[in-house]
Design a protein around this ligand. Structure first.
Ligand code: BTN
Length: 259
């Protein structure tokens, strides 16, 4: 179910991202709509955006709280790459949110929390959910779903302890359209740098990564690991030195930080 669809042509400072924007008042999930549009041939850079989502999807099957005031959008990507390389796209999305926050609020302490979170003052302000369609080991398209808590005033428990919004952290209402423009510009810049040379993107991910050098706990299915984060490697994997001294590389789809 979706309400009030409007197709707009926007004048962003981008080459392809956001040149076509499908704008909704209320949808279940922008990712679902973008996926259907991509199957019908929507071109790279097409954006689906909604004021509110009633069944927002988060990582690992979680529900994503998406009231009005947030930025909920999905982007159609058609990268020419093998399926195994797409795991870095979640990190790219999280980096795009982080660099947009830096551009808008240079003094806020923001960063990426592997594998797909953007954080401000240690709390989650945004997340990324990518879904790909692959055929014979090649990517047909990827839907990059991005959620940013822009102007959300209140979070009920338990979210209250882990999530925040730009409005809560800055104490002022954030101009949503301007932030959206900035995000699309940053995502396009990072995406073309990634397609040119993924090592340049990795350098930027390392700069903004909040976990490097930290002692963390990771959950991989039923397995729980603790160790020191040494690096994020060229495949977007977390390089963890376990207490036993053994090194483990954990893919973005495999694990999540548990404390
Ligand atoms: C996460 O768990 O951190 C990922 C959250 C991704 C949320 C965004 S909001 C826009 C798009 N539509 C969805 O249903 N999910 C993503």
């Amino acid at each position: 179910m979706s309400m009030n669809n409007e197709l707009r042509t926007m004048n962003y400072n981008t080459r392809v991202f956001g040149k076509k924007v499908y704008s909704y008042t209320e949808v279940e999930s922008t990712n679902e709509i973008a996926y259907r549009l991509a199957e019908q041939g929507a071109e790279e850079g097409t954006v689906v955006i909604a004021i509110e989502q009633t069944k927002g999807k988060g990582r690992a099957g979680h529900y994503w709280f998406s009231p009005s005031g947030g930025l909920w959008l999905s982007l159609v990507l058609r990268p020419l790459m093998v399926s195994s390389s797409i795991s870095q796209l979640s990190l790219l999305g999280a980096l795009g949110i982080t660099t947009s926050i830096k551009r808008t609020f240079p003094l806020l302490s923001s960063g990426i929390r592997w594998p797909n979170d953007a954080i401000v003052n240690e709390k989650k302000v945004g997340g990324v959910l990518c879904r790909a369609k692959n055929e014979q080991g090649k990517v047909v398209f990827v839907i990059m779903g991005i959620g940013v808590n822009v102007n959300i005033e209140e979070f009920a428990p338990p979210l209250r302890f882990t999530a925040t919004s730009l409005q809560r952290e800055t104490g002022c209402h954030v101009p949503g359209e301007a932030f959206q423009h900035c995000l699309l510009e940053e995502l396009e810049r990072l995406y073309s740098s990634f397609l040119d040379d993924s090592s340049a993107l990795l350098e930027e991910i390392r700069i903004f990564s909040s976990l490097l050098g930290k002692q963390i706990k990771v959950k991989i299915g039923q397995e729980k690991l603790a160790g020191l984060v040494q690096d994020i490697d060229e495949k977007g994997r977390l390089v963890l030195r376990l207490e036993s001294g053994i090194q483990r590389r954990i893919g973005p789809e495999e694990g999540c930080i548990s404390g």
